[in-house]
Ligand binder design. Structure first.
Ligand SMILES: [Zn+2]
Length: 155
């Protein structure tokens, strides 16, 4: 490779982008396991369901955001998307200001992630086969899935 070593620069945990490349990002810290959200807004916005990991906002670095736009679905929640290729990229909630959900399909492969949970399964499309191997909650997870499921630092 011709690239010089970036001394001191930490290898990002993950990189990702929208389909056209107008939005590119890096994540330097942990990524949450993937959660499938079948709520109606996620169903309509993604065309099926959201499959999202999450990161601390401070760990997300936007390398390119020239086509990043935000859809304020409610005063509290909004979806980040590419206004050129239409990719769904991000989801944020005002009650979780330090966290950002990232549409898992926008990550470069391999992600090293696995899916652990499905939520709002009562709103899943009737053509969707729910995965019996996943924990499912008809509404939101009792413990907020948008932070970090499972114990962080304990087992
Ligand atoms: Zn794009």
């Amino acid at each position: 490779m011709d690239d010089a070593n970036h001394e001191g620069a930490e290898q990002p945990r993950a990189t990702g982008r929208c389909e056209c490349g107008g939005v590119r990002y890096q994540v330097s810290g942990r990524l949450r396991p993937v959660v499938h959200c079948h709520c109606m807004p996620c169903r309509r916005i993604t065309g099926h369901h959201m499959a999202a990991t999450a990161a601390r906002r401070a760990d997300l670095q936007l390398e390119s955001e020239s086509t990043l736009a935000w859809y304020d679905r409610t005063p509290e929640t909004r979806y980040g998307f590419c206004n050129r290729c239409g990719a769904t990229l991000f989801w944020t909630a005002s009650d979780k200001p330090s966290t950002i959900a990232i549409a898992g399909g926008t990550l470069d492969q391999p992600t090293g992630l696995r899916t652990v949970l499905a939520i709002y399964t009562d709103q899943a499309a009737d053509f969707h086969s729910l995965d019996a191997a996943l924990d499912s909650f008809p509404l939101d997870q009792p413990d907020d899935h948008r932070t970090w499921p499972g114990s962080e630092g304990g087992s």
